[in-house]
Design a protein around this ligand. Structure first.
Ligand code: ATP
Ligand code: MG
Length: 453
């Protein structure tokens, strides 16, 4: 307690240079000059340091710069308390109840500024499986470093001195392309099972090999992921799927034994005999978009992951005598009801997912005015991209997808010549349907395909 207090006062400087004294690596050795970090993170560090605090860029950004990758964002670690941090910036707010962090806005940037975390107390609150539930003590920089997951993630960059502060041999491990756990891997996975997923994701993303000591226990400890709240798993899976290396991650997760029954989303992805090709193609497309800095919509991603479940249900319901479109809607609801909860899919994206799915049968209609209406649909682009994917996976005839590509690019006159003749009797049926104002869906496939309008 007293030691912690002293180290807090000293801002984490080592009282005695014991074996865990950090290596201070000069710019001549690591080569990261201060202009490589974002102007916002530089400003935050300068301001905090000018008020007598310690402040560093920490974690993923330092790691990424060291391996020559573009950091996604710049996080700051400091010995200033959240209140102190907030006081020094005009646009800053404290978020989080238990372990507070501060969001500081500088220009367009939002920086996450965190006070050094302290060592876990022996009596810290854990669940029955050892997962840490409350974790809200501040500590020294050395303690903060020891609380991080991998050695490569426990690096601090001081923009003023252009030094990297390395407590756990992270720079050396990065050079050797190794992702090494800080501390005893089993204990660290027990504290937070999500670290298993992080190991797989970071190794795939950074081209590192998980140190055998950290990869070996994953197979037997994977079951602990069951106790992690769904929302947290969803966040981590989303990070994994949008890392630009989803195919590699998913393949490795399977190799690491993170198989069915453990992660609902993985079940969905890996256990679809008919859909595997489609899902893998979708993930490969996503990877490519991420790597080309194109945006990706989580709704599109989840629409692809769940599509073959929808298809299976759709077939079953149709076989039971239901008409095509009502059957599709029922199938969508069934899949979203059962998977939505497990996956913690947010309400906001459920609407978008449904749009993408319900547009699919409408692409089959290539006569009359409907193709024009479809072009104007708010989600046309997502629906069309989805159609392309289905064609590429061999689920539908690629001629249909090509027709839509051409139809979009054609001018008004060309479009008119592309239209197919309306099936005989279609007009008559439509006229008949107009009379009663009931919006009920007809049993006729074609007519009902406007059901989502
Ligand atoms: P990314 O490039 O995906 O952002 P990252 O390593 O920066 O990867 P973040 O989730 O942004 O991941 O976390 C920032 C830092 O916080 C990490 O580098 C690591 O030091 C620490 N950290 C994050 N999650 C954990 C965890 N579950 N256990 C221990 N430390 C963690
Ligand atoms: Mg990060």
């Amino acid at each position: 307690m007293i030691r912690k207090f002293i180290s807090r006062i000293l801002g984490g400087k080592k009282v005695n240079a014991g074996p865990s004294a950090p290596a201070i690596i000069p710019v001549s050795s690591h080569g990261i000059t201060r202009d490589r970090i974002s102007s916002g993170s530089r400003r935050v560090c300068e301001t905090l340091q000018s008020h007598g605090h310690l402040a560093f860029v920490v974690g993923g950004a330092v790691r990424d710069l060291l391996i020559g990758a573009e950091p996604k964002d710049f996080d700051i670690a400091t010995n200033a308390t959240p209140e102190e941090i907030r006081r020094h910036f005009r646009r800053a707010r404290i978020i989080g109840r238990r372990f507070q962090i501060v969001h500081v806005m500088i220009g367009q940037e939002t920086l996450e500024v965190t006070t050094f975390r302290g060592a876990l107390a022996d009596n810290v609150k854990k669940d029955a499986h050892g997962r840490v539930l409350h974790d809200n003590v501040f500590g020294s920089q050395a303690e903060d470093a020891a609380r991080r997951d991998f050695t490569a993630n426990a690096l601090y960059y001081d923009p003023a001195r252009e030094t990297v502060i390395d407590y756990h041999h992270g720079v050396g491990d990065l050079k050797q392309k190794t992702l090494r756990m800080i501390g005893e891997p089993r204990a660290r996975y027990r504290e937070d099972p999500v670290r298993m997923l992080r190991a797989v994701r970071l190794a795939a993303k950074l081209g590192l090999l998980i140190d055998p000591a950290a990869s070996k226990p994953i197979r037997e400890m994977a079951v602990l992921l069951e106790n992690v709240p769904a929302a947290r798993l969803f966040d981590e899976m989303l990070k994994l799927l949008t890392s630009g290396h989803a195919v590699k991650c998913i393949t490795q997760l399977r190799d690491e034994g993170l198989h069915h029954g453990l992660l609902p989303l993985l079940d969905v992805i890996l256990e679809q005999p008919t859909g595997e090709k489609f899902v893998m193609l979708a993930l490969a497309t996503t990877d490519e978009r991420v790597r080309n800095n194109k945006s990706i919509a989580p709704s599109f991603l989840f629409a692809t992951l769940l599509w073959h479940e929808v298809l299976a249900h759709w077939e079953k319901i149709k076989a039971g005598g239901e008409a095509k479109i009502p059957a599709l809607y029922q199938a969508m609801d069934t899949v979203l009801d059962t998977q939505g909860e497990k996956l913690a899919i947010t309400r906001r994206i459920v609407g978008d997912i449904k749009d993408i799915w319900s547009l699919q049968p409408r692409f089959e209609v290539r006569a009359g005015k409907r193709p024009y209406a479809l072009l104007e649909h708010q989600r046309f682009r997502a629906g069309y991209d989805f159609l392309l994917l289905r064609a590429e996976a061999g689920e539908i005839n690629s001629e249909l997808a090509e027709w839509w590509t051409d139809f979009q690019n054609a001018d008004g006159e060309q479009r008119a010549t592309m239209l197919m003749p309306e099936p005989a009797g279609d007009k008559k049926r439509r006229r008949r349907r107009k009379k009663p104002a009931t919006a009920g869906l007809s049993n006729d496939d074609n007519a009902a395909s406007s059901g989502s309008e």
